[in-house]
Design a binder for this molecule. Structure first.
Ligand code: ATP
Ligand code: MG
Length: 429
């Protein structure tokens, strides 16, 4: 007998915890988010690429930092049948950097890439936190100047504004400085945390040894109090880091992007420097970050490539999809309806003719005229093209406007012309 779950259902119909099915309404919102991101990225001169959903484990393990949350707790890692350790991607940047090196793209910099697709992290599922989720992502490779950061941030702001979210999100910005600045800051932080060891959470105590900057990112209440009084990196920037940050802020001003400096903002991953930013919202509870990114000048060198600077961000599609307004279907189909099964042949022929002319056409498959008309209504058809014996005799069809209920007989020869008014914006031309 097959094993049963507690709920008494066969296990094969259960979804894996933290995964979801994206059904029609959700899918429309999902696509609206993705398409808005792509449309905006394209306007900024980005091209779309795709990297594999899985990579050799070391692509992520080495670059994200052996002690990061993602690597220690969240990766879906397994040995494949030949014994290679592979990992389902938890983020885009490391895979894009790997692709940059593997494909020898160094000669072509600057490169501006857009990506979209599923990510996998073994996290505790909750609202806005899934084990398979989706990101849209942009990366600029080969530009050391802050102008590239300004561009990706402005792109992010335009993307969110395009989704009508300008009023719901704010841009938080910080700098992590260059390596020298971070080294000096690390020493200051270590001294500060050493004075408050007793009050820090266990997680944070562990992080102190590996990367004390991560403690600033802690979500533990007790930690946050201590973090609030910790020294600020922005107070200890060396000249180069300060020049960099000032140029970034000037650029954002010129580009018309509003921001708030948050000196506690750090990115969870090891390879970041200089710009670090997040677009956050109050509307999603604890999972308030919808888009996050920063500069990662050391990453490609760390992976064995020629040193190449990079900057970019990733946004969570599900979190954004929860924020945007209900989206209308892009096309409303035309239902073609035979009056009786004998007319299915001619109606199929007509359906194909209209589809090839670029209309979106749904066939009523079986049942009475009334049943087929109910279906036309349910699928939101803009019009129904009804063909009965009388119509066939006169080389005509009855076209019913589903909104007004008005019916007109139209000669088949001019049917396409008459149906023009029902074309949706996603229909072919
Ligand atoms: P968080 O602090 O919420 O864990 P993160 O720092 O791990 O986020 P990033 O790695 O920067 O997130 O990923 C970028 C974006 O991807 C996040 O801002 C969020 O919108 C989305 N995201 C990250 N993890 C998840 C998840 N488990 N489920 C859904 N969306 C996610
Ligand atoms: Mg996370």
């Amino acid at each position: 007998m097959a094993a049963r779950t507690k709920a008494g259902r066969a296990p094969s119909v259960e979804r894996v915890r933290g995964t979801r099915d994206i059904l029609a309404d959700d899918m429309r919102r999902h696509r609206a988010v993705e398409e808005a991101a792509w449309a905006t990225a394209r306007r900024y001169g980005f091209t779309e690429i795709a990297t594999p959903v899985f990579e050799f484990t070391e692509v992520f393990a080495r670059t994200l930092g052996e002690t990061s949350d993602i690597v220690t707790k969240e990766m879906y890692t397994f040995d494949d049948r030949s014994g290679d350790s592979v990992t389902l991607r938890p983020e885009f940047t490391a895979g894009v950097a790997r692709a940059f090196i593997s494909n020898g793209l160094r000669q072509q910099v600057p490169l501006k890439f857009f990506c979209r697709g599923p990510m996998f992290r073994y996290e505790r599922p909750q609202k806005g936190r899934l084990r398979q989720f989706h990101q849209v992502d942009v990366e600029i490779l080969g530009v050391a100047e802050p102008l590239a950061d300004v561009e990706v941030i402005a792109l992010g702001a335009d993307f969110l504004a395009g989704l009508d979210l300008a009023d719901k999100v704010k841009l938080e910005l910080n700098t992590l400085g260059d390596a020298e600045t971070r080294k000096a800051y690390r020493t200051k932080l270590l001294a500060y945390f050493a004075d408050h060891r007793g009050k820090l959470s266990g997680d944070s105590l562990n992080r102190i040894e590996s990367n004390p900057l991560r403690v600033l990112d802690s979500k533990d209440e007790g930690d946050r109090e201590i973090v609030a009084r910790a020294p600020r990196i922005t107070d200890g920037l060396n000249d180069a880091s300060k020049r960099y940050f000032d140029a970034l802020l000037d650029g954002l001003h010129v580009a018309g992007v509003a921001y708030e400096i948050n000196p506690r903002l750090v990115r969870g991953l090891d390879y970041y420097c200089h710009a670090a930013f997040e677009f956050t919202t109050q509307a999603l509870g604890a999972q308030g970050t919808v888009l996050a990114g920063g500069r990662y000048d050391g990453l490609i060198e760390m992976m064995g490539g020629t040193p190449t600077p990079g900057t970019g961000w990733a946004a969570g599609v599900e979190r954004l999809a929860m924020l945007i307004a209900e989206t209308e279907p892009e096309v409303r189909p035309i239902a073609v309806v035979p009056v009786g099964a004998a007319l299915e042949g001619p109606v199929l022929e007509l359906a194909q003719r209209l589809r090839r002319a670029g209309f979106t056409v749904d066939m009523g498959y079986s049942g009475t005229l009334a049943k087929r008309m109910r279906r036309a209504d349910r699928i939101g058809a803009a019009a129904a093209v009804i063909i009965g014996e009388d119509e066939i005799d006169r080389d005509a069809a009855t076209v019913r406007d589903m909104a007004s209920g008005e019916q007109r007989e139209i000669a088949l020869a001019s049917l396409e012309h008459h149906l023009e008014r029902y074309r949706g914006k996603a229909d072919g031309r």
